[in-house]
Design a protein around this ligand. Sequence first.
Ligand SMILES: [Zn+2]
Length: 378
Amino acid sequence: MISQQRLTDEFARLAAINSPPLRESVISRYLEERLQRLGAEVRFDNAAAISGGEVGNLIAYFPGTGKATEPLLFSVHMDTVEPGGQVEPVLRNGVFYSAGDTVLGADDKAGIAELLEALEVAREQGIAHGPIEVVVTIAEEIGLVGAKHLDYGLLKARRGFALDTKGVDQMVLKAPGANRLKIEISGLAAHAGLAPELGISAIQTAALALGRMQLGRIDQETTANIGRIEGGVASNIVPQKVLLEGEARSHDPNKLQAQTEHMLACFEEAADNMAREIGGKRVRPVVNAKVTADFPSMAIAEDAPIVTLAKSAAAAAGHDLKVRLGGGGSDANIFNGHGIEMIILATGMEGVHTHDESVAVTDMVHVTELLVEIIRQA
Ligand SMILES: [Zn+2]
């Protein structure tokens, strides 16, 4: 039923198409045509205009075939991480690598190839299934841009699978959410030798704040970091400005908020401590904080219907599907944030975001077996 040759050819074709984030027009045209040939109605949303990319997110609709179940969603992304350039996929001992000094782009093209093969098989075998929606997002690799700007009104499905993580026989039900922090501290500049009492050091304010701030691993499910600091002009000038950039992550939204507030409070307390009388007026450094929700956390219960479906499909395929804890943000965080219960499935890709990226053909066949069973049982 699954054609290893067809899957191999499909992956090689996809990998050879250049598809850096926001420059996905060529691959999107290929996928549009490919999905139409499989019987889908294909459209693009408006994400290109919002994100400055070449194309929007692709959405493909497969009508149900003799089964009136609620729609099922599959999500993959069409862009690949830099360094892109012309990828030349080579097959060595049944494993795909990149010949040159580019990534292979198995992230996420292994997932795309597996999904296409599973849809081929479902069609050939006349497997009865409910409506299937496929979303192929743009610019996942530069901050989940496509998923964030996706027109969710175009989707009916409220459950699904993202094919986008490494390994095999693994699914991710939980991944942390993240806030990004940008802090600007403004003190008062003064000559450090002639009149230091007329100045308020932004650097010292930042140091006071960081000295009392909890960073690193906060607990099992929460982390925090200040990753960039920039400021000051010269050794003889009391520094007026400092910029800091950091982040907080947690699987628990309340902890994420608490950690973010803690970090902001440290800056405010430091500013209070640095305030003083200058020329008869009380002057306090100004803290300008910008917090951006980078992506929400996702947490699907082990007994959720979508997990039951995945487990039952795996059992039918004779696979031992295990749960792994996610550490980063992916499109699935955004889908889950929009009320679509979405599990992340492993696609067999390895060494992602490096020149050693690879994917074994047998692993792609293995994942396709699971997808066919999911389509059959959904
Ligand atoms: Zn990916």
